[in-house]
Design a protein around this ligand. Structure first.
Ligand code: AMP
Ligand code: ZN
Length: 468
C-alpha cells in the first residue's frame, strides 16, 4: 500500500509501527452547528481508507475527536440562550446521525476535548518545565523557536511568515516572544466556560487538544494522522511541535490530507456561507449518493459540488443496485444445479476484480479508479451471468460485488427504507403544518397515521409515537 505523505511530499510504502495494526487519528469537527458536506469529505475519505485497511487484514485503532469548546460554540450558545456544553451535546448527536446516514463506521474512540483537560494541563506543564513554553499574564504560549523541526510539515519559509506577521499585528498578541508562537492555554473572558489550571482559570488552545487525545488513545508515536488540507498549517504543524517536544518521539509517520470540496470554484465553508449541510442533502438524496459522489474523485484533488454530479452518482448507484438485485433474484429462484466448468470460470473471472480493485486502492487510496472497477464488474455480471445461471454462480458474483461496495461503504443491495424513517418524516411534516397553523393538514396526517396503527402523543419532550 502506497500513501502520499505530506511530511515528505512523496508516495511511500506504508509500514506500520506494529505488524498488522494501525494507529490512526483524524481531526474531527468543531460542533457548533450541523456539519456541512465539506466536513463530510474527510469523514468519508478516511472511513473508506480504514475499511480498505480492515479488508487487508489490519486491526485499525481509529480515533477521531470532537472539538467541543471553542469561540464559535460559545457564540452559538449565547445565540441559542443555553450553555456551550448543551450546544456541543446537541450537535455531536446530530453529527452522529449524519455519520450513520453516510455509513461512517463509528470510531474506536471519539474523545471530546472537554473530557481531556487534565491531560492537557499535564502536557502544557511539561512543555513549560522543559523550556518549550512560557506564561504571560495567565496565557501560556508555545515557543516555536525552541523546536528546530518547526515548519517541517508545511514546508513554509518561517522567516517570511515571521516578517509578514510582524506587519499585521494581532491585538492582544503583542506579548508573544515570536509572532509564530501560539496559545496553549488562555484565560477565560466573562461568561465563558473555564477550568482551573496553574496559570489561570481558562481553557486550552485548539492545537493542544489533538496532541493530548492522540497520545492518550494511541500513544506517543502513531502511524497515520489525517485531516483536511487546511489543517496542515498551523494546526498540524503545531501538533507536531507540541507532541515531539513533550514526548521526545516522532509524532506521526504518515500525514494524509484531503483536498477541499468546492462550490462554484470556492471552498465550501461556514464562514463564507456557501455551504449545504449533510442534513439538507439527506432531504433530497439517500446519503449513500453523497458518499458515492465524494469517492468519485481522488481524495487529493479538489472536488466541485454540483447537482449534475450528484445526479450522475445517483444514476451510477442505481445501476449497481439493479445489477445486484438481479443477481439476488437469480440466486433465490434459480435451480440449485452444480456449476459447469464454463460457469466456474465466470465466477473466477468475477473474483479477479478484487485484485484489480485492491491495486487501485493500494495506489494512495484511489477511490475514483476503484469505483470504475466496480462498474467493470457490474458490466461483467450483466453480460456473463445469464438469467438461467445456477444459484451458486449468481450468489458468488453477488458476494464479490457486495464485498467491493462494502469497502467503499456502499450497500450493493438497496437499503430497505425503514418504516420508522417514514413515520418520523410524517411527524416532521405535521409539526411544520402546525407551526404554519394549518391544522387541517396536521390533523389529517395524525388520522392517516392512526389508520396505519400509529398513535401520536404530544409530550413536553416533543412528539412521541407508538404502535396501537
Ligand atoms: P472544522 O469543523 O472546520 O474544524 O472542520 C472539520 C474537518 O473538515 C477538518 O478536517 C477540515 O479540514 C475539513 N473541512 C472543512 N471544510 C472542508 C471543505 N470545504 N472541503 C474538505 N474538507 C473540509
Ligand atoms: Zn486536530
Amino acid at each position: 500500500m502506497k500513501i502520499f505523505n505530506t511530511l515528505t511530499m512523496r508516495k511511500e510504502e506504508f509500514v506500520p509501527i506494529e505488524p498488522g495494526k494501525i494507529r490512526m487519528y483524524v481531526c474531527g469537527p468543531t460542533v457548533y452547528n450541523f456539519i456541512h458536506i465539506g466536513n463530510a469529505r474527510p469523514m468519508i475519505v478516511f472511513d473508506t481508507f480504514r475499511r480498505y485497511m480492515e479488508h487487508k487484514g489490519y486491526d485499525v485503532n481509529y480515533v477521531s475527536n470532537f472539538t467541543d469548546v471553542d469561540d464559535k460554540i460559545i457564540k452559538e450558545a449565547i445565540e441559542e440562550k443555553c450553555t456551550a456544553n448543551e450546544i456541543a451535546e446537541k450537535y455531536i448527536a446530530e453529527c452522529k446521525k449524519d455519520m450513520a446516514g453516510m455509513n461512517i463506521e463509528p470510531a474506536t474512540t471519539n474523545p471530546r476535548a472537554t473530557h481531556e483537560i487534565d491531560g492537557m494541563i499535564d502536557m502544557i506543564s511539561k512543555l513549560i518545565e522543559e523550556g518549550h513554553a512560557y506564561v504571560k499574564n495567565g496565557t501560556v504560549y508555545f515557543s516555536t523557536r525552541s523546536f528546530p523541526g518547526y515548519g517541517k510539515l508545511s514546508g513554509k519559509n518561517l522567516d517570511d511568515l515571521r516578517s509578514g506577521f510582524r506587519e499585521i499585528k494581532v491585538t492582544g498578541e503583542e506579548e508573544k516572544n515570536d509572532p509564530l508562537d501560539f496559545v496553549l492555554w488562555k484565560p477565560k473572558k466573562e461568561g465563558e466556560p473555564f477550568w482551573e489550571s496553574p496559570w489561570s482559570e481558562g481553557r486550552p488552545g485548539w492545537h493542544i487538544e489533538c496532541s493530548v487525545m492522540a497520545k492518550r488513545y494511541l500513544g506517543d508515536t502513531i502511524d497515520i494522522h489525517a485531516g483536511g488540507e487546511d489543517l496542515v498549517f498551523p494546526h498540524h504543524e503545531n501538533e507536531i511541535a507540541q507532541s515531539e517536544c513533550a514526548n521526545h518521539a516522532p509524532f506521526a509517520h504518515y500525514w494524509m490530507h484531503n483536498a477541499f470540496l468546492n462550490i462554484n470554484g470556492v471552498k465550501m465553508s461556514k464562514s463564507l456561507g456557501n455551504f449545504f449541510t449533510v442534513r439538507d442533502i439527506s432531504k433530497e438524496y439517500d446519503l449513500e449518493v453523497l458518499r458515492f459522489f465524494m469517492l468519485s474523485a481522488h481524495y487529493r484533488t479538489t472536488l466541485n459540488f454540483s447537482r449534475e454530479l450528484m445526479e450522475a452518482a445517483k444514476t451510477s448507484l442505481d445501476r449497481i443496485h439493479r445489477a445486484a438485485s438481479r443477481l439476488e433474484d437469480i440466486a433465490e429462484h434459480a435451480d440449485k444445479r452444480e456449476m459447469s466448468d464454463e460457469e466456474r470460470k465466470v465466477l473466477d473471472g468475477a473474483k479477479a476484480f478484487i485484485a484489480k480493485f485492491d491495486e487501485k486502492m493500494d495506489d494512495d487510496c484511489n477511490t475514483a479508479d476503484a469505483e470504475a472497477v466496480v462498474f467493470d464488474l457490474v458490466r461483467y455480471a450483466n453480460t456473463n451471468v445469464a438469467d438461467n445461471a445456477p444459484a451458486a454462480l449468481a450468489q458468488g458474483v453477488l458476494d464479490v460485488l457486495t464485498e467491493l461496495c462494502g469497502i467503499l461503504g456502499i450497500h450493493a443491495l438497496k437499503k430497505e427504507k425503514s418504516l420508522d424513517a417514514d413515520i418520523e418524516a410524517l411527524i416532521e411534516k405535521r409539526q411544520a403544518a402546525r407551526k404554519a397553523r394549518d391544522f387541517a393538514t396536521a390533523d389529517k396526517i395524525r388520522d392517516d397515521l392512526l389508520k396505519q396503527g400509529i398513535e401520536l402523543m404530544d409530550t413536553r419532550e416533543g412528539v412521541k409515537w407508538k404502535r396501537v
